[in-house]
Design a binder for this molecule. Structure first.
Ligand code: ZN
Ligand code: ZN
Length: 575
């Protein structure tokens, strides 16, 4: 036995990974609030091992025990690691911790104590949710955090997200606009336009395509190749590829001016769209004077880039049904927003005045969180009544504007809403959303939502899948069944305009419209600037072929009031 014990340990492992495993062990022990003395000794050992001038893996366990600051129990961990490749205590803690929470431990600036609060108190389980929570201002209130820590975390997370190569449309927009200005400055005589998924206003951008039409493409290629416009620039045929400082991939397509519109068309539509249009063209359109010319040759009207996905809308044109897409200026109000009553940054009055004076809207729906959303200071029954008093007061004070009394009611686990009927009936309208227990299978999610949609008090189904683009998949739902239920119960569906959500997905808008379901493009604003997110909601709606007639908050004030009253008339008889 003694002989075995004296043998050098089996695995050859550098000190760094050993220290790394122990450091993670200490972090997880702290996260799970274990004995603080033990945590300190594991953390100290990790630090020591990282700095040792010799390799641990050649030593016998007894030699390791002798090292200053390691001791018996730590030596046992190291022995276990070098013999088996793992440490059981560490494996157990990893098992008990969601993957996304472990990832948070690697974020600079937040230690295990803060991660524990984020996970346990705020119910956040991955970095995507954490980023969204920063946007919703949820960290400010948590113990040991403040606006500064929140902003710092947000900044670090932004950097991490950008480094994985995919960008939200809203994130890419800034880079795209800047690049366009620079290109136009470099080539003042050229025709330059966005193409690809960015021009189609896709929700996630993996590469920014730009077509450049010049009389001298060789010169443009040469200028681009030698410029510092992009990082990691390569040139192949007519393509200049590279990336922006933040890591957005860029494809610049350089062509002769006379082929510009042909190439712009080709590089804008999805593949099946482009080939479907090309198949309808008999004679060659080599040098079109505009995209209209190409569509005309295919016996089609010019199609907005947003609609150039697949052939859905080509078929609609044939039936003379190309929708007249909604515009930002068609919106008359913003429903579903938060104020300081729950987790918003601005007061109700500030929100209302901003809507009227800056956004030129005529109404605001205020939908603070309901009582079960404790993390977001959800309103108790008493506070609901107090808020209604304030709204009545503001509606007298603020002219040419109206605030609707709404609530974003949590859809509880069993699908019911968050207040008794005698409170629910006091609201002008209700947005029903899921925020808790979001880990559920498709059947459970679908039936939970349908139960809420069938509730006579529900007016709008909020962010139907709970997704956060590039961060959280959201629960799966049976879209068809949910939309059918909304149609049957006269419930509108939200297109949540936050660039992370854009939920309802635009791919389901046409089905909803065919079923007669209204859509509501809501900013879910938690601060004044949040209202501008409606622009992203409009882009998503346009991709779905939504017209202003399909949109609840494109209705004027009087019409919307009637719709809300009509819905209320079908609610159970009051006591
Ligand atoms: Zn919500
Ligand atoms: Zn909300």
């Amino acid at each position: 036995m003694a002989f075995v014990f004296l043998r050098p340990l089996l695995l050859i492992m550098e000190n760094k990974p050993i220290a790394g495993r122990l450091k993670l062990l200490a972090q997880l022990m702290e996260l799970h609030e274990q004995n603080s003395f033990k945590i300190r000794s594991v953390a100290n050992a990790a630090f020591k091992i990282d700095k040792l001038p010799y390799k641990l893996s050649g030593k016998t366990p007894e030699e390791i025990t002798q090292i200053d600051g390691i001791g018996k129990s730590l030596a046992a961990y190291i022995k276990e690691l070098l013999e088996t490749g793992s440490i059981k205590d560490l494996e157990d803690l990893l098992q008990a911790t969601p993957e996304g929470v472990i990832e948070m431990l690697h974020i600079k600036g937040i230690g295990p104590k803060k991660v524990a609060i984020i996970w346990r108190d705020l119910g956040i389980e991955n970095t995507g949710e954490l980023y969204y929570a920063c946007n919703e201002n949820r960290l400010v209130e948590a113990k040991g955090f403040g606006i500064k820590t929140q902003e710092e975390i947000k900044r670090v997370l932004e950097f991490r997200m950008a480094s994985n190569g995919k960008f939200l449309y809203a994130q890419a927009k800034h880079e795209a606009d800047e690049l366009m200005v620079m290109l136009k400055g470099m080539f003042p005589g050229a025709l330059i336009e966005f193409a690809g998924d960015y021009r189609r206003c896709c929700e996630v951008i993996s590469e920014l395509s730009i077509v450049i039409g010049s009389r001298d493409p060789e010169l443009v290629l040469n200028d681009l190749e030698t410029s510092t416009l992009l990082n990691k620039t390569t040139v192949k045929d007519c393509h200049v590829n590279g990336e922006t400082a933040n890591g957005l991939l860029v494809d610049l397509i350089v062509t002769e001016k006379r082929f510009f519109y042909r190439d712009l068309f080709t590089y804008t539509g999805s593949e099946d769209h482009v080939s479907a249009v090309n198949e309808r063209i008999n004679d060659l359109v080599d040098q079109p004077e505009g995209e209209e010319f190409i569509y005309k040759k295919a016996s089609l009207p010019w199609m907005p880039p947003e609609l150039r996905e697949g052939i859905t809308f080509i078929n609609k044109v044939e039936a003379n049904n190309l929708p007249d897409l909604i515009d930002f200026y068609d919106l008359k109000g913003a429903l579903h927003n938060h104020s300081t009553w729950s987790d918003g940054i601005n007061t109700l009055e500030e929100m209302a005045l901003y809507c009227r004076d800056e956004m030129k809207l005529t109404y605001l729906g205020i939908c603070d969180h309901s009582k079960s959303a404790v993390y977001a200071k959800g309103l108790s029954t008493e506070r609901v009544l107090q808020q209604h008093e304030e709204i009545d007061h503001l509606n007298k004070k603020i002219t040419d504007f109206h605030i609707f009394k709404g609530i974003e009611s949590d859809i509880l686990g069993d699908g019911s809403l968050d207040y008794p009927n005698e409170i629910l009936e006091r609201f002008d309208f209700i947005v029903a959303s899921i925020h808790s227990n979001i880990k559920m299978d498709k059947d459970k999610a679908t039936s939970r939502i349908i139960k809420a949609v069938e509730n006579p008090y529900t007016t709008i189904l909020g962010h139907p899948t709970g997704r956060l683009l590039l961060s959280r998949k959201g629960y799966e739902i049976d879209y068809q069944k949910v939309i059918d239920a909304c149609a049957a119960n006269n419930v509108a569906i939200e297109i949540n305009a936050n660039p992370f959500r854009l939920d309802l997905d635009w791919r389901w808008c046409q089905y909803a419209i065919e079923k007669g379901v209204m859509l509501s493009i809501n900013p879910d604003a938690h601060r004044l600037e949040g209202f501008h997110d409606m622009a992203y909601g409009i882009l998503a709606a346009r991709k779905g072929g939504v017209t202003k007639e399909n949109c609840l908050n494109a209705l004027d004030l009087q019409h919307l009031r009637e719709i809300f009253l009509h819905k209320k008339a079908n609610q159970p008889v009051k006591r």
